[in-house]
Design a protein. Structure first.
Length: 456
């Protein structure tokens, strides 16, 4: 059930066999699909389709190629169409300096007009940008895109461009070109986008994925883009489908996101959302940037009891591992963790504790002997090779936090636990090699570097 965030079933290329194409899309089980207008005619058609089919939504706009057509009358009609309840976004608009089919000043004027409309109606923007990233981002910044939100559709830039779009609060959508053999750089960008800002699209009838290259593209081919995204990001197809549907619903406000989850599956691991409290305030923490991780809403209103976690978990032997994690520090709930871990062990499951390593400091004693036998792997966020950098990026709420992490790793190892220290890859702030050396050479534990922005 993936979501196609950008397609054009409103294009004349589908006039002859639209019903047939739609029935094939239904067979794929697609529940969310956005038809995007690129002139007045296709905008009208997008609205018409959205009225006819529950799974389809519309975006209305005038493509930069057609920017010169956006006179006062056209803008007035666009305004009326945009007010329709099934129209969930404005665009596509933007800048295209690659083809320059409309004068650049007209493209800029049209982009600003779309942004004005988006702000008035509080709907996000669909941005098309080709060979014009500097100018485009400058205008989006000037016009304060954060007020409406938006998506950079058919993203084709480098990871640095992606980061600049993310800073403006944008979602980033990848299309079939990410499956092309020579698109290695684009796949790096796909890897760098955090789960809560990722969208996929077909841009059909254009840009068919590699397996269908040369043919007319269709939303039914989105599965090939989904598979590539799963491969590149090291998750499953099911994970990518959930992520894109959650993000589609969030950006386009097409349905409530599920309430905060106690147990959530990523790949074949089941994560337990143990607590919403933490003894750190790491600036990179996912909970400060979104309610969701890998398409799961983790914003719980109160901490679950051990019984609630056990019930939400079900049979632990169905999963590779049960991971104590979530939007907070699980060791703050040590008793509950041990109660759940006992059940996991009784039923033949495996356990992992993802912790910031403050457990001993919180408890005022060495708790690691209690974990032995119940926790198979302890993954500790060491993050830095010195206390000053740790304090800068993790903003701990307890004293001597960095030393507490080091001491915890030593005591966990002494208690016979299998320990991996982790660090978030933040070039310029964290010297990953220094952290690796500290973990492996000095503390004698494993080390794993986590990508910044990728959680789970
Ligand atoms: S320790 Fe983990 S949960 Fe706590 S703020 Fe840092 S990243 Fe978030």
């Amino acid at each position: 059930m993936p979501a196609d965030s950008h397609c054009h079933l409103n294009d004349p290329a589908f006039d002859e066999d639209l019903e047939e194409v739609i029935s094939r899309i239904k067979e794929e089980g697609m529940d969310y699909l956005l038809n995007v207008g690129y002139d007045l005619q296709t905008s009208r058609k997008a609205v018409e389709l959205a009225e006819r089919y529950d799974t389809m939504y519309a975006s209305v706009g005038v493509h930069p190629h057609n920017a010169s057509q956006l006179n006062d009358n056209a803008l007035a009609e666009l305004g009326k169409l945009a007010d329709h309840p099934r129209v969930v976004a404005i665009g596509e608009t933007g800048l295209d300096y690659y083809r320059d089919r409309s004068p650049r000043e007209d493209q800029v004027m049209a982009l600003r007009a779309h942004m004005e409309l988006a702000k008035k109606l509080k709907k996000p923007l669909i941005i098309h940008c080709r060979d014009a990233m500097e100018d485009c981002l400058k205008i989006l910044e000037d016009e304060d895109l954060k007020k409406t939100g938006g998506v950079m559709h058919c993203f084709a830039g480098a990871p640095d461009d992606a980061r600049r779009c993310l800073k403006l609060g944008m979602y980033i959508s990848f299309a079939g070109n990410v499956t092309y053999p020579k698109a290695g750089a684009l796949r790096e960008s796909l890897k760098a986008v955090p789960g809560h800002r990722l969208l996929l699209e077909t841009d059909s009838p254009y840009l068919a994925p590699q397996k269908k290259r040369g043919r007319r593209n269709s939303p039914a081919f989105l599965k090939y883009v989904v598979d590539k995204a799963a491969e590149v990001r090291g998750v499953t197809r099911e994970d990518i489908e959930r992520i894109t549907v959650t993000n589609f619903k969030t950006l386009f406000k097409t349905g409530g996101v599920e309430k905060g989850e106690v147990a959530y599956k990523i790949r074949n691991s089941l994560y337990l959302n143990v607590t919403k409290e933490c003894t750190n305030e790491c600036y990179f923490c996912a909970r400060f940037h979104s309610d969701t991780v890998q398409g799961h809403n983790l914003r719980i209103s109160s901490d679950p009891t051990a019984e609630e976690m056990i019930e939400a978990m079900g049979d632990p032997s169905r999963y590779d591992e049960i991971v104590f994690c979530g939007f907070g520090e699980p060791a703050l709930r040590l008793d509950a963790i041990m109660q759940v871990a006992r059940v996991v062990k009784e039923k033949g499951g495996r356990t992992r504790l993802n912790t910031n390593g403050h457990a001993n400091q919180i408890a005022g004693k060495d708790v690691t002997p209690q974990l032995a036998g119940l926790i198979d792997i302890v993954s500790v966020s060491l993050n830095t090779a010195d206390a000053a950098t740790y304090n800068e990026i993790c903003s701990p709420l307890i004293p001597d936090a960095y030393q507490a992490v080091i001491d915890f790793i030593k005591s966990a190892k002494a208690s016979g636990l299998s320990v991996t220290a982790t660090a978030v890859d933040i070039p310029g702030k964290v010297n990953a090699e220094d952290v690796r050396r500290l973990a492996e050479d000095e503390l004698g534990v494993g080390f794993r570097l986590r990508s910044y922005n990728l959680v789970g």
